[in-house]
Ligand binder design. Structure first.
Ligand code: SF4
Length: 310
């Protein structure tokens, strides 16, 4: 088992060096990538995380994992269907043919997340687009996560995330909503990232006044790299509602047609674009959330307070 783990980590490191992810994982690798074995009651999950980070040399005063939370977050995929077809989509070619998991299995997974990581764990309800599940089912899933003392977050492209739905989900215990909006999505009627700001504004208004933190996810690719400063200016103008802006570099994985990332799009070049839009140099290593194979490769590229006050 240990040998397979080392081999997988070597393969992943090699792939990251060449800016691409391995396409397939073996059965052994999938087993290794699973949650760590339970070592005690949920309350000890923090201690286990701290120990794990110390073992890989990534325990420091800026590290939140093991201090505030036992894990950065857990993604709970409740459907693989989506009403968009992004050019950088990470799903597989066959995702539209995959049946949704029954609620009983999703509930089992929620309970398993709790058993491994305990209360206050951020659970990203994601997909595909999770709003494609029946509304009643989505409500049940959010309620179940909340009832276990964890923090449900909705990851959506926003198309079906109406004000009415967001309000009902907030009342059911949702704490954050993360909207994915960018030019890789090919939305009709929008010719540039700057044009998409009107859609972002619409999403902001849908969530305004609800007990929800609002996040935006943006994939950076050659088609919008030059516009990153403009998007950042938009987020700064709306920092009364937007709590976090996440910029994710195009990854050559999944069904998306974009393929490998151009060489000029790097963590450092995107940081420069963000600083340009913020009008000030932001601190990109104030906090760390979890561990990566090599420090800084996890690309924590935002600073909430700086965005708020820029
Ligand atoms: S990246 Fe997200 S929004 Fe885009 S097609 Fe894939 S699942 Fe849908």
């Amino acid at each position: 088992m240990e040998q397979a783990k080392v081999k997988f980590e070597e393969r992943l490191d090699e792939a990251l060096t060449h800016r691409e992810l391995p396409r397939h994982m073996t059965t052994d690798e999938i087993r290794i990538a699973g949650p760590a074995a339970l070592g005690g009651v949920p309350a000890s999950a923090l201690v286990r995380s701290r120990h794990r980070l110390a073992t890989v040399g990534q325990w420091n005063e800026r590290q939140l994992m093991g201090r505030r939370w036992p894990i950065g977050c857990v993604a709970l995929e409740i459907t693989q269907r989506c009403n968009l077809d992004c050019a950088a989509c990470y799903l597989s070619e066959n995702s539209e043919a995959v049946h949704d998991l029954p609620l009983t299995e999703i509930f089992r997974r929620i309970d398993m997340i709790y058993e491994h990581y305990g209360p206050d764990t951020d659970v990203q309800v994601t997909g595909g687009d999770p709003t494609l599940r029946q509304r009643g089912e989505l409500m049940e899933i959010v309620r179940r996560i909340r009832a276990r003392g964890m923090r449900p977050t909705l990851f959506t492209n926003g198309i079906r995330a109406t004000r009415d739905l967001l309000q009902a989900l907030a009342e059911a215990g949702l704490v954050d909503v993360a909207f994915h909006v960018d030019m890789t999505q090919g939305r009709r009627g929008f010719a540039s990232e700057a044009a998409l700001n009107s859609l972002r504004q619409d999403y902001i208004e849908r969530a305004r006044g609800l007990r929800l933190s609002v996040f935006f996810n943006t994939t950076v690719f050659s088609g919008n790299f030059n516009e990153v400063p403009e998007i950042v200016r938009f987020f700064v103008r709306n920092a009364d509602i937007v709590s976090m802006a996440s910029f994710q570099l195009q990854a050559g994985t999944g069904r998306g047609v974009l393929g490998s990332r151009p060489l000029h799009i790097t963590i450092d070049s995107v940081k420069q674009q963000i600083n340009l839009g913020a009008g000030a140099p932001l601190c990109f290593d104030t906090i760390q959330i979890g561990h990566s194979l090599q420090p800084l490769r996890n690309g924590i590229g935002y600073e909430q307070q700086s965005l708020r006050h820029a």
